[in-house]
Ligand binder design. Sequence first.
Ligand SMILES: Nc1ncnc2c1ncn2[C@@H]1O[C@H](COP(=O)(O)OP(=O)(O)OP(=O)(O)O)[C@@H](O)[C@H]1O
Ligand SMILES: O=P(O)(O)OC[C@H]1O[C@H](OP(=O)(O)OP(=O)(O)O)[C@H](O)[C@@H]1O
Ligand SMILES: [Mg+2]
Length: 287
Amino acid sequence: MSTHATRLRIGIPSKGRLSELAGELLLQAGLNFRRQNRGLFAKVSGLPIDLIFLRTDDIPTLCAEGAIDIGITGSDLVEESQAKVSTRMRLGVGGCRLAICVPDDCEIRAANELDGKRIATSFPSITKAYLGQHGALAHLVSISGSVEVMIQLGVADAIVDLVETGSTLAANRLRILEEIGTYETVLIQNDRCRDVEMADRVVRRLEGVVIARDYSMLEYNVPRSSLAEAEAITPGFNSPTVGNLEDPDWCSVRVMVRSRDVIDVMERLEKLGASAIFQTTISNCRL
Ligand SMILES: Nc1ncnc2c1ncn2[C@@H]1O[C@H](COP(=O)(O)OP(=O)(O)OP(=O)(O)O)[C@@H](O)[C@H]1O
Ligand SMILES: O=P(O)(O)OC[C@H]1O[C@H](OP(=O)(O)OP(=O)(O)O)[C@H](O)[C@@H]1O
Ligand SMILES: [Mg+2]
């Protein structure tokens, strides 16, 4: 039986690209829930936590207002909303850029040339601030989606929108004029959290998953004479674990390595004389 008088409320995207990413992260962190078809509320099994399924762009405001204690949303939406919330952690997913874009064949070369032009965007606040810093006062047309088509529709001369792969820009014959910022999915928290202890527990669980997704465990044997060099290649998250082998001239090493660096690290260790080098996946961790 829980001793918590109140239940922690976590807001997560109900649909869209962040919805699945957020759900997977929570499940991997042991926050098990079952969402009924199109349901907007779910209990987390065995913990005093409720999940509320909300629109991604409403999550910063609802968190600042105290309707939810913590929430998962895009850092772009947090900035745009100017909501008074703290960013507890970056979740390592949903990376994208916000950029000013103009037609491929357009003469404009810098943001200050946009003075007096019409700009369509779902990010009017960030756009206004950025243009202001660059000496341009533009007429903003606030749109909630399909922003890239607005120039063709004759509504705008330029747009400010999110870019990930750049394929939407290419399909609409647009190019990036200037990049305003880079963003990713974050966990936010309000200052009047109902259960700070439980919120910290959720953060620790998510940290375990986010770090585990980024790192692999590498194990190898190396001659003791080369250990210092091997440790320089694989310094580990804190420090490598070194063990003895039957042969006193050799030792074994277990160490965390960023997954994207593993192939390169393996090659360097092999050159150094290491053998029996194994990479294993980490599915969760506490450091
Ligand atoms: N390629 C991308 N385009 C837009 N947003 C992205 C992209 N990659 C990551 N994101 C992040 O996802 C957030 C949008 O998430 P949301 O859950 O609203 O998904 P969506 O698929 O854009 O939904 P919608 O159908 O409302 O457009 C952005 O604010 C941003 O933080
Ligand atoms: O660089 P890319 O990989 O092409 O991704 C960027 C595009 O994806 C998003 O649109 P979304 O799919 O959310 O549609 P929307 O315009 O209806 O929001 C965003 O608004 C861009 O249009
Ligand atoms: Mg969208």
